[in-house]
Design a protein around this ligand. Structure first.
Ligand SMILES: Cc1ncc(COP(=O)(O)O)c(C=O)c1O
Length: 385
């Protein structure tokens, strides 16, 4: 049924929570309920302005304060030294696939990529459209992207010619994750779209990070970019003003109309992490518990199978299969009917995928596991009759 037919224009606020489902979508995905409640409370009158944030001028003090405070909170939560610039942009991670090579390499320069599956490949394809010398220095395609290649030996023998190395830290589609970043003799740029702000990370070895917010830290529209300041000395000149990172740094992410509402949601999530949870370590503990619960369950039953190497399993996107495709279809249909949404695997891959970003609670994961357990028992019994 069309969403327009289904949704009345005015809804009583009291009915909001009861109607909510458990959301395991891979992104845009679940937002923390306390954040939604806060946004709801502020929707008609943000901070005494008599307007919602959606109606405020981007040149107003309030919007610039939200941007500046968000930047400060990101720096504080991530324990970033003053060595990084932090900016917000639009255009999602797909724009960063292009801007990164455009800003940090010239036509003809070598740039290195690691192929760890779907999104890593999208970044490679985008860079191929520019006039650069692309090298794929490692790939996990030999084993269907079920692991993360070891990068430590790659540059041992030769000093790299490339301007930077690009990796995708969490592979949303295939379900693998870099759990740490090696020290390499080359600037490392990371697509962190699906695990940014989900755990403590050591940024010492990283030069550039980008993440569209819609998985762990907001909604679509706001892309967060971290640039190590020393990289600013290595930038290409004569770029169009809009596509030059320095423009957005100089103008404090307000060079043109920024995605004010999206940044505002990110700001509230940052406040939730800092003020309600107590920081990124506490958040990481919750995220680890959720992932461990689900992987421990998957490993405890032969009915469900996760083919990702244990050392590289994603704590954000957990992929698994059932004994056959019919059972997978039935499982996805029944979880949906039970109010658990978004479990189908990526269209290129099939199977199941459960995305457990920051907004997904531990209780939601426990509810899913109970359902999975019952489903496995029912179907094992049927199979053995
Ligand atoms: C790891 C990763 N990188 C990049 C993207 C693309 O992001 P966008 O839609 O913002 O261009 C996605 C989207 O899911 C992703 O998961």
């Amino acid at each position: 049924m069309s969403i327009m037919q289904n949704s009345p224009l005015f809804i009583e606020p009291s009915s909001f929570h009861a109607e909510r489902v458990i959301n395991f979508y891979p992104g845009p995905g679940a937002l923390p309920l306390p954040v939604l409640k806060r946004v709801h409370a502020e929707l008609f009158n943000f901070n005494g302005t008599g307007m919602s944030v959606m109606e405020l001028s981007h040149r107003s003090e309030e919007i610039q304060d939200i941007i500046d405070d968000s930047v400060e909170r990101i720096k504080r939560l991530m324990g970033l030294s003053n060595q990084f610039e932090v900016i917000f942009m639009q255009g999602g991670s797909s724009l960063q696939f292009l801007m990164l090579p455009m800003n940090f390499s010239h036509p003809g320069d070598e740039i290195d990529y690691v192929d760890t599956g779907y999104w890593a490949n999208k970044a490679i394809q985008a860079a191929q459209s520019l006039d650069r010398e692309l090298k794929i220095i490692a790939s996990s395609s030999d084993r269907n992207h079920t692991y993360i290649p070891d990068l430590t030996k790659i540059y041992q023998d030769a000093h790299p010619q490339a301007k930077f190395l690009h990796i995708c830290s969490n592979n949303t589609v295939v379900g693998t994750q870099f759990h740490n970043f090696p020290k390499l003799p080359i600037p490392i740029a990371v697509d962190m779209t699906s695990d940014f702000m989900s755990k403590v990370i050591d940024t010492d070895n990283l030069s550039f990070i980008y993440a569209h917010a819609q998985k762990n830290i907001g909604i679509a529209g706001a892309t967060i970019i971290l640039i190590r300041k020393e990289m600013l000395n290595k930038m290409t000149d004569n770029l169009p003003e809009f596509l030059d990172y320095r423009t957005h740094i100089k103008r404090k992410s307000n060079y043109h109309t920024p995605p004010c509402f999206s940044i505002y949601i990110t700001w509230h999530i940052l406040r939730w992490i800092e003020e309600e949870l107590g920081g990124i370590t506490q958040l990481e503990n919750i995220n680890n518990d959720k992932a461990n619960l689900l992987y421990d369950f998957l490993d405890s039953t032969p009915f469900f199978h996760c083919s990702i190497d244990k050392d590289f399993r994603s704590k954000m996107n957990i992929v698994f299969t059932l004994p056959n495709e019919n059972l997978e279809k039935q499982f996805i249909q029944e979880t949906t009917e039970a109010g658990m949404i978004g479990i189908a695997g990526h269209r290129t891959k099939g199977g199941c995928r459960v995305s457990i970003y920051n907004g997904v609670t531990k209780d939601a994961v426990k509810t899913l596991i109970e359902f999975m357990d019952k489903f496995a028992k029912q179907h094992k019994c049927k199979d053995s009759i």
